[in-house]
Write a protein that binds this ligand. Structure first.
Ligand code: ZN
Length: 382
């Protein structure tokens, strides 16, 4: 299974990369790609029948959350397409940009061209851009690095805090004579010191002056730099440059669950990948023991344990309580010379399987021993 996962990540997710980075994939294409990947993951090997033991949504979670870190193809498609939006907003020049600008007007946010005259590619791109409500997820991730104020619009762009000033101060915005002005037009240099000078339609009422003071306090903290140009930056990366992986992370962050300790420990164990995969399935209780098969409606002649033929074959019985298993655990603990209270729950058993005096690395090896015993028991049972 470890090999198949590797192939899914390196081949099946990478093959459609070229198309996914250019076009928004239709729903049916995404479903087909997922179906191919799912069949490849679960439909091979010793398990003759095709059962998806873990939902695809859970497999797309990170390993620390209990998944396998497979890419969600739809969101990955969006992240790849977002690169075009980034290049459109960030690249100053480019023939392709000139063509798009001349055809569609002012820019990606512009609605100046009626939808019926827009190409389907452009429509797809803007729909991805606006995904997530409000100004869209992409806009939320783009910020400004303030230079001389030659590009940033004072009221209409997000450059101080996380909101536009016109949204924060709607009353003042309606009074302002600086609507649509760039920062460099809303102040001036006095020697080496930048002074803001906002202009208003009329004097402010008394209750408005406190809001004005709040605005002045907010913008006073911002440093305008004389010799630098304003530049867009991608907030999720320290260097401000867009990357597909950080865009993907933004898109999936809303659905991220908490990290689970025993999965974190499992993937750090020092053992072979296929051993870890078997242990992962056992910890999730998603391995074809006879009880699990019965729950999924598979008809078998018998549901008792294949090793002792005394009790129903559940994960808990097969790997912990069965006389064969408990003898193995017993021998293993005697070998290392420790006394240990055995838990009846697989997850608790794994969690408590540690050397209290041991170093981090020793425990990683020790947990690897746990996973290997599980793997051996499973192979022995088969
Ligand atoms: Zn048994």
């Amino acid at each position: 299974m470890a090999g198949r996962l590797c192939l899914i990540k390196s081949v099946l997710s990478a093959t459609p990369l070229y198309y996914l980075s250019l076009f928004k994939a239709p729903e049916v294409v995404c479903k087909s790609i997922i179906s191919i990947q799912r069949r490849f993951l679960w439909g091979w090997g010793k398990e003759k029948m095709f059962i998806s033991w873990v939902s695809w949504r859970d497999l797309c979670r990170t390993k620390e959350e209990g998944g396998l870190g497979i890419k969600d193809i739809r969101k990955f498609n969006y992240a790849l397409m977002a690169k075009w939006m980034w290049r459109y907003s960030f690249d100053e020049k480019g023939r392709w940009k000139e063509v798009i600008e001349s055809k569609y007007g002012l820019g990606i946010n512009s609605d100046s061209v009626p939808i019926k005259y827009q190409s389907w590619w452009w429509r797809d791109l803007t729909s991805i851009y606006r995904e997530g409500g409000g100004d869209g997820w992409f806009q939320d991730e783009v910020g400004w690095r303030i230079g001389s104020g030659d590009k940033i619009r004072f009221w209409e762009d997000v450059w101080v805090g996380n909101s536009k000033l016109k949204t924060l101060f709607p009353r003042l915005y309606s009074l302002s004579l600086n609507q649509g002005h760039k920062l460099e037009e809303v102040g001036e240099w006095e020697g080496s010191i930048w002074k803001w000078s906002l202009r208003w339609r009329r004097g402010r009422f008394e209750w408005e002056t406190s809001i004005e003071a709040e605005l002045e306090g907010l913008i006073a903290r911002v440093k305008v730099k004389k010799d630098e140009k304003d530049a867009l930056e991608w907030r999720s990366e320290a260097n401000g440059c867009f990357t597909v992986s950080s865009a993907y992370e933004c898109l999936v962050s809303a659905t991220r669950g908490p990290q689970i300790d025993f999965f974190k420990h499992l993937w750090k164990t020092k053992t072979f990948p296929n051993v870890m995969f078997t242990a992962w399935r056992v910890l999730l209780n998603r391995i074809p023991t006879r009880m699990c098969l019965r729950r999924r409606g598979v008809l078998l002649d018998t549901y008792v344990c294949a090793l002792c033929e005394l009790k129903e074959e559940s994960c808990q019985h097969l790997f912990l309580e069965c006389k064969v298993a408990s003898r193995v655990w017993d021998l293993c603990l005697r070998w290392i010379g420790i006394l240990y209270v055995q838990h009846n729950d697989v997850r608790n058993h794994f969690e408590s399987f540690m050397l209290t005096q041991g170093s981090n690395e020793q425990n990683q090896i020790w947990k690897g021993v746990w996973a290997t015993i599980i793997w051996c028991l499973w192979n022995h049972r088969n």
